[in-house]
Design a protein around this ligand. Structure first.
Ligand SMILES: Nc1ncnc2c1ncn2[C@@H]1O[C@H](COP(=O)(O)OP(=O)(O)O)[C@@H](O)[C@H]1O
Ligand SMILES: [Mg+2]
Length: 258
């Protein structure tokens, strides 16, 4: 498929069929636009209405995330961190303002486009790992390739590569219950990586881990960022923020660079 027909697919949201080549790593920057940010947010708000109460979870956020950033977002509980991460993850839409991923407007793109973006361009990591206990590490990672329509051989090659990148090449046949918390989170990171996403989003990825396992995860994240992966990590832990290239604080729905 040519670049032109791919952009038509994006705007109509109709043909979601992906070839093997298209599901590969998205370029961090478009040719001829070396500095094009990954995300551009302008005056983003997200308001929740609960009965007669209105919550301004995000109250006008302007933000750029650039290729190769390792950005952390700190701030008090209720400050809007998870809300922002859900918007970045195309899991929710802003109440007002614009949020661009590359040149796709996540506020107005069709549901099919958002689905494709979640399946191919964004890796998610959560505090609670969210692995399926009855599946092996390899099967958990493989699940993320379900929408990609790859051959069996290509899938198993990608799964092996993702597990190797987090140092778990020899744990593919282990179930989550047979792994430490740090290893489980590394499987979850492999599950995000196997899509070859252009950005990885993590919400408190070390929140359930002791200090040693936290450092194990931080080493993995830092290694991925050194290889060029863009990371946005919500965290309470200043040890996580110390590894970042950019530190942001979100409080009362407003963001600031630290
Ligand atoms: N689905 C929702 N419905 C109603 N209010 C919500 C919802 N999600 C979050 N909020 C509210 O929005 C504010 C920001 O929440 P959140 O983004 O979860 O903050 P953080 O992750 O920084 O703790 C809080 O006041 C929270 O209660
Ligand atoms: Mg939160």
């Amino acid at each position: 498929m040519t670049a032109a027909s791919e952009s038509i697919t994006d705007t109509t949201g109709e043909d979601m069929t992906m070839t093997e080549a298209e599901t590969g790593a998205a370029p961090a920057t478009a040719p001829g636009h070396p500095a094009l940010p990954i995300y551009r947010l302008a005056e983003v708000t997200r308001t929740y209405r609960q009965k007669n109460r209105v919550v301004h979870a995000l109250a006008g956020v302007d933000l750029e995330i650039r290729p190769g950033d390792f950005a952390t977002i700190q701030g008090p509980t209720g400050g809007g961190k998870s809300t922002l991460l859900q918007l970045l993850g195309a899991l929710d839409r802003p109440t007002s303002g614009t949020i661009l991923l590359g040149d796709t407007d996540l506020g107005t793109a069709g549901g099919g486009v958002l689905h494709r973006i979640r399946a191919h361009e964004i890796g998610f990591v959560f505090q609670g790992f969210n692995l399926i206990p009855t599946l092996t590490a390899g099967e958990n990672v493989d699940m993320a390739l379900e929408p990609a329509r790859l051959s069996k051989a290509e899938r198993s090659e990608r799964v092996a590569e993702a597990l190797a990148r987090v140092g778990l090449a020899d744990r593919s046949d282990h179930r989550p219950g047979e792994l430490s918390g740090g290893q489980q989170q590394r499987v979850a990171i492999a599950r995000a990586l196997v899509k070859r996403p252009r950005v990885m989003l993590a919400d408190e990825p070390t929140g359930n881990l002791d200090e040693r396992m936290r450092d194990e995860i931080l080493d993995v994240l830092q290694g991925l960022n050194d290889e060029g992966l863009t990371l946005v990590v919500v965290t309470h832990d200043s040890a996580v923020a110390r590894r970042a290239t950019r530190r942001l604080r979100l409080a009362k729905g407003k963001i600031a660079e630290l």
